[in-house]
Ligand binder design. Structure first.
Ligand SMILES: Cc1cc2nc3c(=O)[nH]c(=O)nc-3n(C[C@H](O)[C@H](O)[C@H](O)COP(=O)(O)OP(=O)(O)OC[C@H]3O[C@@H](n4cnc5c(N)ncnc54)[C@H](O)[C@@H]3O)c2cc1C
Length: 370
């Protein structure tokens, strides 16, 4: 019997399923994909796009084309509620879509509790489209004066964005900005001491400043207010304060983990509704929580594809094994990176070239399918 598969989001965990849409439909199933944009950006290359190493086109997938070329339906929209009893999904437009099997890859957003005065702008590191807007705004103003740039957050994305802003402004022959990273706790405090020291030294050598143990709480025109009461100048404010899974599941009263991600069992299947699956940043893996890194979303691809077909066709599911340690390379701008895996750590041009090679290979693999 013909069954309906509904995919929410065209993110990193759905790429193999999108590539297999023809096969899925040949097996008699009807597929609909919902996403708010015709494109999906690869976040690992987002800071490099900000710095001008990559064009926007080279770091995105044309999701709509991937779907429609394979004869499936693409709906441009935002899912706002899942009714697991009725097996329907409501979009922000009011449209209702029904499913037999539902897969979620709706990602995460930057959680921010900043109080923003009317007329002030805060750029966020996600969605990646926001870095494009930031890039244009910086190019528009970097010749006018020495800009004060405040980045709220003390993790990898704040370091990557800071380094790539310097690259952008330098290549545009603008005035070198003053960049300050503000972190509520310590800078890079989720990493071991050697990584923390290594990245700190690189940022210091670039003149990037840090304020630790004091969070940005207010954005007010050309200044920011810190938790301590201090006011600091800021022509640009960027929020990089960590990500949270999409609120879709909590809003839909589905089981969630403590972070609000869809609670899934080892089969990437919702613990309460066997016909609902998910992957990437939007899930909370019940066995043990996974870091919000694209590596896991990518590793989940084949399992998600297998299990969606298995659920449609009533065949056995396969468990997801997260795998061992993963390689992470931070792109710190000006052609340099910081690499670490299993106790190996180094920084410099080679580290960046390794990241660049891996990222370009990943893009080529899936862009070829468009
Ligand atoms: C600046 C930055 C750099 C990073 N660099 C790296 C790196 O080098 N390596 C690494 O492993 N990780 C990196 N990460 C982490 C990585 O971005 C995430 O782990 C990864 O994006 C997760 O992929 P995803 O597909 O689950 O989510 P996302 O990439 O967030 O994709 C979700 C998709 O769902 C769509 N969507 C959202 N809401 C809805 C909805 N309601 N209905 C329908 N569609 C929806 C979105 O438009 C988007 O296309 C970085 C993160 C940032 C912010």
């Amino acid at each position: 019997m013909k069954k309906k598969l509904l995919l929410l989001g065209g993110g990193h965990a759905h790429l193999e399923t999108l590539a297999a849409l023809e096969t899925i439909q040949k097996r008699g199933h009807e597929v609909t994909v919902v996403a708010p944009s015709p494109h999906h950006y690869y976040s690992g290359m987002g800071p490099g796009m900000l710095g001008g190493t990559y064009t926007p086109e080279s770091i995105r997938f044309d999701t709509e084309a991937m779907v429609t070329k394979r004869g499936a339906r693409f709906v441009r929209g935002l899912a706002v509620a899942i009714d697991a009893g009725e097996k329907t999904v409501r979009l922000s437009s009011g449209e209702l879509l029904d499913y037999d099997v539902l897969s979620n890859n709706v990602g995460s957003y930057v959680k921010s509790d900043l109080i923003v005065a009317p007329g002030s702008t805060v750029y966020s590191v996600k969605p990646i489209e926001s870095l494009l807007t930031l890039k244009q705004a910086l190019l528009n103003r970097c010749h006018e004066k020495v800009l004060q740039i405040a980045i709220a957050g003390g993790g990898p994305s704040s370091a990557e964005v800071a380094g790539n802003i310097l690259q952008l402004v330098q290549n545009a022959r603008g005035q070198r900005p003053v960049i300050t990273l503000y972190s509520r706790s310590g800078f890079f405090d989720h990493f071991d001491e050697k990584i923390k020291t290594g990245v700190t030294n690189i940022l210091e050598a670039k003149g990037i400043q840090r304020v630790e143990g004091d969070a940005v709480v207010r954005v007010d025109g050309p200044s920011i207010g810190l938790a301590s009461g201090r006011q600091c100048p800021a022509d640009f404010v960027i929020s990089a304060t960590g990500v949270r899974p999409s609120p879709l599941f909590a809003d839909s009263h589905l089981p969630t983990g403590p972070d609000g991600g869809l609670l899934v069992n080892p089969f990437l299947q919702c613990t309460a509704h066997p016909e609902i699956f998910g992957g990437g940043d939007c899930i909370h893996f019940q066995e043990h929580p996974l870091n919000k890194v694209g590596v896991y979303a990518v590793r989940q691809n084949p399992i998600l594809l297998h299990n969606l077909l298995a659920q449609l066709e009533d065949t056995p599911l396969t468990p997801f094994h997260p795998g061992g340690n993963y390689l992470l390379v931070f792109n710190l701008g000006e052609g340099t990176g910081y690499l670490h895996k299993n106790g190996i750590r180094f920084h410099g041009k080679i580290a960046f070239r390794i990241k660049d090679f891996i990222d370009r290979r990943f893009m080529t693999k899936y862009q070829r399918l468009m």
